[in-house]
Design a protein around this ligand. Structure first.
Ligand code: T4K
Length: 429
């Protein structure tokens, strides 16, 4: 529950006030659909004693999603990382593959895990997605494919990337982890490139606990990826392809089917929160809320700010620290860029030189809580904290002292207010 909206800079927790929220507000708090419907499905599943291996819930989920996306084949998978690995293998990606560094590490790892070299490419600062001009420059005789990421669910430059792929005979795949239920030029994401991969992880607005989905209109690829997802089995005792275990379980599919029934409610809550953030942050110097195309279908699942330190008078990391002190667990998605994480950092130490926009963005962006766990009152309180921080940035400097990174901990945050503790250490790297 949100306490009274803060009035003065002295009310901020970093200045000794009580935290705005008694319990932490997370980015990526799962949306839960109708519990009765979920419980009924779990009972069905238990009665049937069919828990995984292409069960009826998985088949129904695949069917419903292929109708929703207008895509011929959907394969439900245990998570999007394994889905990316299966898709990359089915597309016979090898040698070098061009990918953004401004993405979640899974995009790069899914390739490198199977011996492919991710060639990190810079992004367009306006869209945060692969810049096709930079992609073209990186194509070499070793390139076998391009993996675009629809970052925040905003579509990549699909036509330009398709043209490059055709011109150079490359395979084109999209990591659509963020883009479920979104459209591009009136067509649902899922049908672009050779293959698209969605994530249904708990932190996504539509979740199957853990899960993912591969979508394609290519019959041959679909057959291959179906086989690969289940050890290459074609019927009992007959393995006809190299494969892995990428299957989605029935309980995950039950969650997915239940979530699909509430999809519009989830999107509606995200949209309302997004609009409340828009209203609350409007006109604040140095704060840019990313825009979504209102003419397309959009899940609004990420509320992402770019903080321009020169204009705001405060840097992104300080703002994140101030929010954490208020129990608003804003996240620095995506920081650092993949190229600054291992093993890429050691293997390709020079690559950052050709990624100026990525380097700039990773130091400016932050994601704020949204979803059905957050309402307009909470959003207004968060916006007020940001406003106070910017308006009084000079007076907050003493409380914000640079030290080591405070945001890298994987440990769950304390549920108790942190008032009275010394200021959190900061990363100003
Ligand atoms: N490609 C892209 C572009 C992606 O963004 C992702 C995943 C993938 C591929 C791979 O998809 P999967 O293989 O995961 O299906 C989280 C998610 O784990 C990850 O799925 C997601 N992207 C990424 C952007 O965010 P972390 O390491 O930041 O997660 P974590 O544990 O810090 O959780 C995030 C926040 O959510 C926390 O504040 C706690 C909260 N949370 C989390 C869980 C799991 C909850 O409130 N409840 C929960 O059950 O990666």
């Amino acid at each position: 529950m949100a306490a009274r909206v803060k009035v003065a800079v002295e009310d901020l927790a970093i200045r000794g006030g009580s935290p705005q929220f008694a319990a932490p507000l997370h980015v990526g708090r799962p949306n839960i659909g109708n519990r009765e419907r979920l419980r009924a499905r779990i009972d069905d599943m238990l009665d049937r004693r069919w828990l995984t291996n292409n069960g009826p819930f998985v088949q129904e989920l695949e069917l419903q999603i292929s109708h929703l996306l207008g895509v011929r084949h959907c394969i439900a998978v245990c998570n999007a990382t394994v889905a990316l690995e299966i898709a990359a293998r089915a597309l016979q990606l090898k040698g070098e593959v061009i990918v953004p560094s401004f993405t979640f590490i899974a995009t790069a790892h899914a390739l490198h895990w199977q011996g492919i070299t991710p060639v990190f490419c810079d992004v367009d600062p306006a869209t945060h997605n692969l810049d096709p001009r930079r992609v073209e420059e990186l194509v070499s005789s070793r390139t076998s494919g391009i993996v675009g990421v629809h970052v925040w669910g905003r579509p990549c430059a699909v036509e330009a990337l398709t043209d490059i792929a055709i011109a150079h005979r490359l395979r084109l795949m999209f990591d659509a982890a963020h883009a479920f239920a979104n459209s591009y030029k009136g067509r649902m994401i899922g049908g672009f490139g050779d293959v698209e991969v969605f994530s249904f992880h708990a932190t996504k607005f539509f979740n199957t606990f853990e899960g993912g989905l591969i979508a394609t209109n290519d019959d041959e690829l679909a057959t291959k990826m179906h086989l690969m997802t289940n050890f290459g089995f074609e019927g009992y005792d007959r393995v006809i392809h190299l494969g892995t275990n990428g299957k989605m379980s029935e309980i995950s599919a039950a969650m997915g089917l239940t979530g699909l029934e509430s999809l519009q409610e989830f999107i509606g809550a995200n949209r309302e929160n997004y609009q409340a953030y828009h209203a609350g942050l409007h006109g604040l110097p140095g704060i840019k809320l990313i825009q979504y195309d209102e003419t397309e279908r959009c899940n609004y699942q990420y509320v992402v700010l770019e903080v321009n330190e020169e204009e705001a008078g405060i840097d992104r990391d300080s703002l994140v620290d101030i929010l954490h002190r208020e129990n608003v667990l804003a996240r620095r998605y995506f920081y650092p860029g993949c190229h600054e994480m291992e093993p890429y950092r050691s293997r390709f130490p020079e690559v950052g030189l050709r990624l100026p926009e990525t380097n700039r963005l990773t130091r400016r962006v932050m994601s704020l809580p949204t979803g059905t766990a957050v309402d307009g009152t909470a959003v207004a309180a968060i916006c007020r904290i940001i406003e106070l921080s910017i308006t009084h940035s000079g007076r907050l400097r003493d409380a914000l002292r640079p030290a080591q990174d405070s945001h890298s901990s994987q440990a769950p945050p304390a549920t108790q207010p942190s008032a009275g503790l010394p200021p959190l250490p900061l990363d100003h790297s």
